[in-house]
Design a protein around this ligand. Structure first.
Ligand code: GLN
Length: 493
């Protein structure tokens, strides 16, 4: 089998091969590591901050016989650098956590291990998940596998998305606070799901904004995303915000016919919406219509306030979550000759990057006395209105469809000095986090330069099955598996 052939497969393809005895977990890992060795260089895609081939090989060789029945037996799963894997560096791409090796596994990691997965930790990201391009990583950018010379992979889960898109990963976990799974999935041409808030345990996910954060899958097709969610979803006593809601079999739901599904099409803010994105999403809507889906217009009157609301709530929560990095308990401590306060000051000054400092300042400001009511409290009220908009929309339709991002992948450095422009790239993704609803980005085309474009499907809380079902039907109708193969063969080397 040619090198890279196994790495290009999906979870379900590899699972069948393992079950048939035609391939073994160590062979899969070897193939993946060969691919990583070739493409991960910091001058190339740089999807992983660090890779320890020996530890990864050992996991594959030592899989217990008891794991054989697991849904992900022998399947490598890539993990974003803000999800704790016991003994593995979990730096969140921040200097302040450089060298931090958590003594425990996040719940999602425990579940992956139980299902027999082989973990590939340390996918690159924006520092603490602050960003939309992975350029805020303290340890170097990730490049978009579709245009390595000059495009960002999106962010903050840019490493996870680029790894899946370049076959340096079979599938991956990312985290999404305002779009960090979906926007990079859209930029790199893979699927990415932000689950319902509470669907997946956040225990062991390094917190950014605790009322918005969710862990979710990035994958090559809907079936893989469904398989991963099957494993990671469910109530967890260690996360009081995880929901005691039964986990359906997401894979079994995939093949249900779509014909009774209604898709709602909202008026969305169109300033800055690229014409190719609009055309690709319109094309996808046509595909759904040919599948017998009914479309109806829906209103989301408050969606234009989502970004402003998010940057109040998310920074408020981030500033309080980041208070724990003081040089005493975790990671980096500045060599400081002065008092304890000097040590705190030097550690935080040297340990945090510019965007983290910007968020701490903004968040501290909106929470401070005299401003709390004007900003934070008002933000919470608008958040409720946005949630109500979706509640209303879902009385008229099952799924809301809109673009994932206003443009395809932008250029490296294009928005780095203009935070407001960077923040605007999340205009369509943020409201799902504020409303707590599930949202899935699905590749639906490419611009004239071949850069991928994603559509976003949103549903009512805990209706992830519907999203997978729609994505799967779309894939089948558009011959996605073979398109994916052809499309991919030309890229990334
Ligand atoms: N890009 C958004 C931000 O910078 C969202 C990031 C995320 O979802 N983690 O906050």
């Amino acid at each position: 089998m040619p090198v890279g052939d196994l790495a290009s497969k999906t979870i379900h393809e590899l699972r069948h091969m393992i079950q048939a005895g035609t391939v073994s977990p160590p062979e899969i890992v070897d193939d993946l590591l060969a691919r990583i060795d070739r493409l991960n260089d910091s001058r190339r895609i740089h999807a992983y901050l660090a890779v320890d081939p020996e530890r990864i090989r050992r996991q594959a060789a030592d899989l217990p016989a008891s794991a054989r029945a697991g849904q992900l037996y022998g399947i490598p799963i890539t993990v974003k650098a803000n999800i704790c894997v016991a003994g593995e560096e979990t730096s969140c791409a921040s200097r302040i956590l450089e060298g931090f090796r958590p003594p425990y596994d996040a719940t999602v990691i425990e579940r992956l291990r139980r299902a027999g997965a082989v973990l590939i930790p340390n996918a690159n990201m924006d520092e603490f998940a602050f960003g939309s391009s992975t350029e805020n990583s303290a340890f170097g950018v990730t490049r978009n596998p579709r245009a390595q010379d000059d495009r960002v992979p999106g962010g903050s889960s840019g490493g996870s998305a680029a790894a899946v898109a370049s076959n340096m990963a079979i599938a991956a976990l990312g985290s999404d606070t305002g779009g960090s799974i979906r926007q990079p999935a859209s930029f790199c041409g893979v699927l990415g799901l932000k689950p319902t808030y509470g669907r997946v345990s956040r225990y062991g996910l390094v917190a950014f904004a605790s009322s918005l954060d969710q862990i979710g899958p990035l994958a090559k097709d809907a079936e893989d995303a469904a398989m991963l969610l099957n494993v990671i979803a469910g109530h967890d006593e260690r996360d009081s915000t995880s929901a005691p809601v039964e986990v359906p079999d997401y894979v079994a739901a995939l093949r249900r016919p779509l014909k009774d599904v209604t898709i709602g099409l909202p008026e969305i803010p169109s300033e800055g919406l690229d014409q190719h994105v609009r055309a690709a999403v319109d094309g996808a809507i046509e595909v759904f219509r040919t599948l017998g889906v009914k479309t109806v217009p829906v209103e989301l009157p408050n969606i234009d306030k989502a970004i402003a609301t998010y940057y109040i709530i998310a920074t408020a929560e981030a500033s309080s979550n980041l208070a724990r990095y003081d040089g005493v308990k975790y990671g980096f401590r500045a060599a400081s000759g002065g008092s304890l306060t000097d040590m705190y000051l030097d550690t935080r000054t040297q340990g945090f990057g510019a965007e983290a400092k910007r968020r701490i300042l903004l968040g501290t400001y909106v929470l401070s006395q005299g401003y709390y009511e004007a900003y934070y409290l008002k933000g919470m009220k608008v958040r409720t209105l946005i949630k109500q908009d979706f509640d209303d929309a879902f009385t008229a339709c099952h799924i809301v469809l809109m673009p994932t991002a206003p443009t395809p992948a932008f250029r490296l450095k294009e928005k780095l000095d203009d935070p407001l422009q960077m923040y605007l790239s999340d205009i369509y993704t943020i409201s799902a986090n504020l409303a707590g609803i599930p949202a899935l980005s699905v590749p639906c085309g490419a611009g004239p330069d071949g850069l991928p474009i994603g559509m976003q499907l949103l549903a009512a809380p805990f209706q992830e099955s519907l999203l997978f079902q729609a994505a799967h039907a779309y894939e089948q109708a558009t011959d996605w598996p073979s398109r994916r193969r052809n499309w991919r063969s030309g890229n990334a080397g």
